[in-house]
Design a protein around this ligand. Structure first.
Ligand code: EPU
Length: 452
C-alpha cells in the first residue's frame, strides 16, 4: 500500500455507535482466537498438511499465518478452514516485524524446539497492558532440556535432547503452559506440568496434539501429563468457540437490553462471566444452538476481580467496566493479571463515566447515561468495550483505531448491527473489504498494520 493510502486509511477508519432500542436476533460466535493461534503454531510439529476449521477471519490469525509463511510453511484459507502445509525443512525463525505485531507468535518456540531443535524468535516487547515477559516460558522449556540465549532482541533457543521432566510453573501462565506442552510432546519420557493454566484453550490444544498422535492428559486441570512420542502426524481439528467474543455480545446486551441467541457459544466455558453478568441483571442459559440471553431494566453494579480460569477472565474486564459505567450503584474492579490494563478508562471518562483508578483497582459509580464522544481503541478488548459503552451514549461515539478490534473480532460492527444496534464501520476497510481480504491471505505481500 502506498504511503498516502495508508494515511487515508488511518485517518478515516472508525466505528460509529449510537444508542438505539434493545438487541434482538441471533449472532454466530466464531472460533476462539486464543486457541486458533496456538493450533496454528502446533502444525509446525508435523510435516504435511493439517486443517483447522472454525477459524475466525481476524487480523491476528493473518499475522500468525505470515509468521508460519516466513518459515516456509504454506497457509491457505477456504471459508472458515485453514490448510497448513508444513514442509520437511523449515526456517525456524520469527522476525521482529511480525512478532512485534503479535505477542502470541512466541507460541512457535515450543514446536520449533521439538521439531527443528533450534529457534530464533524476536522478543515482542511490552504492550498497552504493561510488560509481557516470557521468563516462565523459558524456565519451563529449560526444565525439559532447552537452552536459551538472548541477544540483539532475539531469543536463540536450542534443544539437542528434550527430556521429559517435572515442570512447576510459578504462575499458571497460559502461554508458558502451551509452549512447554508443545515441546514436551516430542521429549523422551514423561513431563508433568504442575500449576498449569486451566483455560479451555489449553484443553483444545491438547486435543489437537492428541489428534496428531501426541499423548497429553489432564489438560484443563492444573496438572498436565505429557508422554513424549517419536513422531507426530498432520491432523484435522475444529477450534473451540470464542468465549470472550461471546462475553462481548453479552456485555452489549447488558448495556442495550434485549434478548439474543449466541449461536455456537459454549456456556460450560463461561460459568464465571455468566455468574457475574447474572448479578448485574443479564440472564443466560444453555440453548440448543448455544446460549440464550436476556436483559431488561437498569443493570446493577457488582464487584469484579480477574483471575486465571475458572476465575473471571481479564479479557472480560474492560467489557464489565463499560457495563458498570451505566449500572446502578458502585462497583469495585480489581485486575490481578496485567499491571497496565486500565488505559481505556480515560476514554470512558471522556464519555461521562465516573471511574477512579488506583493501581490495580478501579471504582466505578454508575451514571444514568454516557455521552457519545470521540474515543480511541488502545487494544482489542478496550476497543470492543468502547463500542459497547457507545450503545449507552447520548449522541454519537466515534471509536478510532478500530484495527485493534479487527485483531480479535470478525466483523464486530456488522454482527452488532445485525442484532439491531446502530453501529457502523466507516472508512476504507468497509469499502474495500474484498480487496483487504485478498491481500490478507496473499503470501507475498507484507501486511500494512499499525503496531500497538
Ligand atoms: N507472565 C510472566 N512471565 C511469563 C508469562 C506470563 O510474568 O513468562 C505474566 C504476564 O505478564 C501476566 C500473567 O503472567 O501478568 C498472565 O500471562 P499469561 O501467560 O497467562 O497470558 P498470555 O498467554 O500472554 C493469554 C491470552 C490473553 C489473556 C491471557 C490471560 C493469548 C494469545 N492471549 O495471554 O488474551 O489475557 O492469556 O488469560 O492466548 C486477548 O485475547 O486480548 C488477550 C490479551
Amino acid at each position: 500500500m502506498e504511503r498516502v493510502q495508508q494515511e487515508d486509511f488511518d485517518q478515516q477508519d472508525r466505528i460509529e455507535v449510537r444508542a438505539r432500542g434493545p438487541l434482538e436476533g441471533s449472532v454466530a460466535i466464531g472460533g476462539a482466537k486464543n486457541s486458533v493461534l496456538k493450533l496454528m503454531a502446533a502444525c509446525l510439529l508435523a510435516e504435511g498438511t493439517s486443517v483447522i476449521r472454525n477459524v475466525p477471519d481476524i487480523d491476528d490469525v493473518a499475522v500468525m499465518a505470515d509468521v508460519l509463511r516466513a518459515m516456509g510453511v504454506s497457509v491457505t484459507r477456504l471459508g472458515d478452514a485453514l490448510t497448513i502445509d508444513c514442509p520437511a525443512v523449515i526456517t525456524p525463525e520469527a522476525p521482529y516485524a511480525l512478532t512485534e505485531q503479535l505477542r502470541a507468535s512466541t507460541a512457535v518456540l515450543g514446536p520449533l524446539l521439538a521439531g527443528a531443535g533450534h529457534a530464533r524468535v524476536a522478543l515482542p516487547g511490552g504492550d498497552d497492558f504493561g510488560p509481557r515477559p516470557i521468563d516462565m516460558h523459558i524456565a519451563a522449556l529449560e526444565a525439559i532440556g532447552c537452552r536459551f540465549e538472548i541477544s540483539g532482541g532475539d531469543v536463540h533457543a536450542t534443544a539437542d535432547n528434550l527430556v521429559g521432566s517435572p515442570v512447576l510453573l510459578e504462575f499458571p501462565s497460559v502461554g508458558a503452559t502451551e509452549n512447554v506442552m508443545m515441546a514436551a510432546v516430542r521429549a523422551k519420557g514423561t513431563t508433568v506440568i504442575d500449576n498449569a493454566a486451566r483455560e479451555p484453550e489449553i484443553a483444545d490444544l491438547a486435543g489437537f496434539l492428541n489428534h496428531m498422535g501426541g499423548q497429553v492428559s489432564g489438560a484443563g486441570t492444573s496438572t498436565i501429563m505429557v508422554e513424549g512420542v517419536d513422531e507426530l502426524h498432520p491432523a484435522e481439528h475444529t477450534a473451540m468457540s470464542d468465549r470472550i467474543e461471546a462475553a462481548t455480545f453479552l456485555a452489549a446486551l447488558g448495556v442495550a437490553g434485549g434478548e439474543i441467541i449466541l449461536r455456537g457459544a459454549q456456556p460450560d466455558h463461561m460459568a464465571m462471566p455468566c455468574r457475574k453478568l447474572g448479578e448485574m441483571g443479564v440472564r443466560t442459559s444453555s440453548d440448543s444452538e448455544g446460549m440464550w440471553a436476556m436483559s431488561n431494566g437498569r443493570l446493577r453494579s457488582a464487584d469484579v476481580s480477574t483471575l486465571p480460569y475458572p476465575g473471571l477472565p481479564t479479557d472480560c474486564k474492560p467489557l464489565l467496566v463499560a457495563m458498570l459505567s451505566v449500572a446502578e450503584g458502585v462497583g469495585i474492579v480489581t485486575e490481578n493479571l496485567f499491571s497496565g490494563r486500565f488505559r481505556y478508562v480515560d476514554e470512558l471518562v471522556r464519555m461521562g463515566a465516573d471511574i477512579r483508578t488506583e493501581g490495580h483497582h478501579a471504582v466505578i459509580r454508575g451514571v444514568d447515561r454516557l455521552s457519545g464522544a470521540p474515543v480511541r481503541a488502545s487494544d482489542i478488548r478496550a476497543g470492543a468495550a468502547l463500542v459497547v459503552a457507545g450503545l449507552a451514549g447520548e449522541g454519537v461515539t466515534v471509536v478510532s483505531d478500530p484495527h485493534h478490534i479487527d485483531r480479535g473480532y470478525e466483523d464486530f460492527a456488522g454482527k452488532l448491527s445485525a442484532l439491531g444496534a446502530d453501529v457502523c464501520r466507516v472508512g476504507h476497510l468497509t469499502i474495500s473489504r474484498g480487496w483487504f481480504s485478498d491481500r490478507f491471505w496473499s503470501p507475498d505481500v507484507r501486511r500494512v498494520r499499525p503496531v500497538d
